[in-house]
Design a protein around this ligand. Structure first.
Ligand SMILES: Nc1ncnc2c1ncn2[C@@H]1O[C@H](COP(=O)(O)OP(=O)(O)OP(=O)(O)O)[C@@H](O)[C@H]1O
Length: 608
């Protein structure tokens, strides 16, 4: 065995810089964010030395096309010669963190020591002129993407701060155009608490305005409603009508949650604009609010979360978990307060975002208790809120599936019976939980079969009169595995009602799939269906209404040889009324039935 030898990893500096500058960030645009962020951190560091210092950032554009240059100047802390060697020349080394840990808190935004490299996406050289506020000579540093740099002491002393010069590299002139730069400076720096000025073509303008007071104290936002709404529109590009102020218990994260003026898809990506130490860090932060809060779009400012190196997300850690819970709590408690102080406003919000509210209520009893009166439901009495429904009846009957509701609604509404549709997501769950939430309220789940209880049986005389016809009708529908029951029920205009017990419903869908799938599959489905076909539950039921004059004539009048066909037609009609998908055989039945009816009516005309 030979002695092992130790070697040191080699770093291909040009390759590293290429990866960091070109592949970490989503767009070359972010170079301006990184420059602005460095300027902000430098101003913060200078204010740590001298709290009375007033920060300023000045951006100047000169030249055009590929001859364009950009200067970003700040009056921050600047760099000494040692700082330059230590922090500018060493990738991954930052003056903004103590020791090597990346996740500890600092008063700065930067921490990774790589942000400046993003400038290589738009420039083949970074030139920095800097003067430290701590004294020493002014320094010029020139860095290249191949990893080389030069340093020069300047003869004349600059005022404290830093100037960064970039010269546009081919195909990136778009990022040096005045409109682009102005837009991006506003985008990233609108909330910065010091002036950013842009000079171009002899024109100078201030980019960001004075910050309104409610940005620092969101709880005061309600007093400046119009201004807050206008601000939301300009920052988020949507016109809002309502908002909820956000604030965590530490006061270190706050913002405004704008209520979306339209319903949103549950799966839609949620994106909020998040500002870290007043600089826009992310427009895609989707993990800063709880999942259920998808009816708001937020502007959030924080100084307590840690961004990832790409700045597009925050670290998923305990702090973020706490902030997320507390921001959710801000929304929740405001909605709760609204139920007392402004129920109409709450009603409007809930109506617009019913799905989200139902989701939240299904997870949280207390929230459910407070907002239950405003939750909308479909019912046989129309679309109503739960409060309105409870005012009608203390016991609410509901169906747990949409199919069941469809089957029941005609009969139920005809009998003035209140049935609530619990078939949409979260609804059955909520209705089931209602007695637990509201004292004195009761809910009962209803199956289509249960409604037959509201039917009246025929008396003995009627039964014997209709016996023969009932048998013939039953026989006619035997091949559809459907039983005929003759009853009296309301409304009399409804001649027939089709109901489908669970097992029969499964059989129907197996049969329909069998009709549509290739032979082999159909035979598998066929045998599966066959094993279920024997039980009574495998039969559907067609209730025929003896209160209906046509049914009355058919069963109590003169016997007719056409009864079979007529019952088949009533069967097909009831299927259509209940929105049941029809099998090929049933459609064919409808077809021949209609033709027979036409034929009979012509014959009878001839006979007249
Ligand atoms: N405008 C500036 N004023 C003073 N120092 C600066 C300025 N810009 C850069 N620096 C120095 O250069 C170092 C490297 O900057 P860079 O943007 O690459 O990383 P960072 O800001 O430390 O971290 P991050 O990668 O998270 O942005 C900084 O730590 C800071 O010491």
């Amino acid at each position: 065995m030979t002695d092992s030898q130790e070697y040191r990893f080699q770093v291909n500096l040009g390759g590293m810089i290429d990866i960091l500058s070109n592949h970490l960030y989503s767009s070359p645009r972010v170079f301006l964010r990184e420059l602005l962020q460095n300027a902000t951190d430098a101003i913060t560091a200078r204010m740590d030395l001298d709290p009375s210092h007033r920060g300023e950032v000045y951006v100047e554009l000169a030249g055009s096309g590929t001859g364009a240059t950009l200067l970003m100047q700040d009056n921050g802390i600047g760099l000494t010669e040692e700082d330059v060697h230590e922090f500018l020349a060493m990738i991954g080394h930052s003056s903004k963190r103590n020791g090597t840990e990346l996740l500890g808190e600092t008063s700065f935004i930067g921490r990774f020591g790589i942000g400046l490299l993003s400038c290589f996406m738009v420039s083949d050289e970074i030139v920095m002129l800097t003067q430290s506020a701590k004294g020493g000579p002014s320094i010029e540093w020139r860095g290249k993407p191949d990893g080389t740099y030069s340093i020069r002491k300047l003869d004349a002393a600059l005022s404290p701060g830093t100037k960064v010069y970039l010269r546009c590299k081919p195909d990136t002139d778009f990022y040096f155009e005045a409109d682009t730069v102005e837009l991006d400076l506003l985008h990233y720096g609108a909330l910065l608490p010091y002036p950013i000025r842009l000079s171009e073509g002899g024109r100078e303008r201030r980019i960001n305005g004075e910050l309104p007071d409610w940005i620092v104290r969101p709880e005061r936002a309600a007093g400046s409603r119009d201004e807050v709404l206008r601000f939301g529109e300009s920052m988020l590009g949507e016109r809002f009508r309502d908002f909820i102020p956000l604030r965590t218990s530490t006061g270190r994260t706050g913002g405004i949650a704008y209520i979306l003026p339209h319903a949103v898809n549950l799966n839609a990506k949620r994106s909020h604009k998040v500002y870290l130490k007043r600089m826009l860090i992310s427009e895609q932060a989707d993990n800063i609010l709880p999942e259920w809060a998808f009816f708001v779009k937020c502007l959030i400012w924080t100084d307590e979360l840690q961004p990832t190196a790409s700045r597009e997300h925050f670290y998923e850690n305990e702090q973020l978990e706490r902030v997320r819970c507390e921001l959710g709590e801000s929304i929740r408690s405001e909605l709760i307060a609204m139920s007392e102080t402004d129920p109409k406003r709450l009603g409007r919000i809930i109506e617009m975002h019913a799905l989200s509210m139902k989701n939240l209520a299904a997870e949280d009893d207390e929230f459910y208790r407070l907002i239950h009166r405003w939750l909308p439901f479909e019912s046989t009495y129309g679309n109503k809120t739960l409060g309105e429904l409870l005012d009608e009846r203390r016991t609410l009957y509901y169906t747990a599936s949409l199919d069941h509701y469809r089957q029941l609604r005609h009969v139920a509404s005809a009998q003035s019976m209140l049935v609530v549709n619990g078939g949409y997501i979260y609804e059955a769950e909520l209705l089931e939980a209602l007695p637990r939430i509201v004292r004195g309220a009761d809910t009962r789940r209803l199956l289509p079969e249960d409604l037959s209880l509201a039917f009246t049986d025929l008396n003995a005389e009627e039964r014997s009169a209709a016996l023969e016809a009932s048998r013939a009708a039953d026989l006619a529908l035997q091949r559809f595995r459907c039983r005929v029951m003759l009853k009296r029920f309301k409304p009399e205009e409804l001649p027939a009602l089709f109901t489908l017990p669970e097992e029969a419903a499964t059989l129907r869908s197996i049969e329909r799939a069998g009709e549509e799938s290739p032979q082999a599959f159909a035979s598998v489905l066929g045998s599966l269906g066959g094993s279920m076909q024997s039980g009574a539950g495998s039969y559907s039921i067609l209730y025929l209404n003896l209160n209906n004059p046509v049914v009355q004539r058919l069963f109590m009048g003169r016997p007719t040889s056409r009864l079979g066909t007529l019952v088949e037609m009533l069967y097909a009609n009831a299927l259509m009324m209940g929105h049941y998908p029809m099998s090929r055989q049933e459609l064919a039945l409808l077809n021949t039935g209609i033709l027979s009816l036409i034929d009979w009516s012509m014959e009878s005309e001839k006979g007249e």
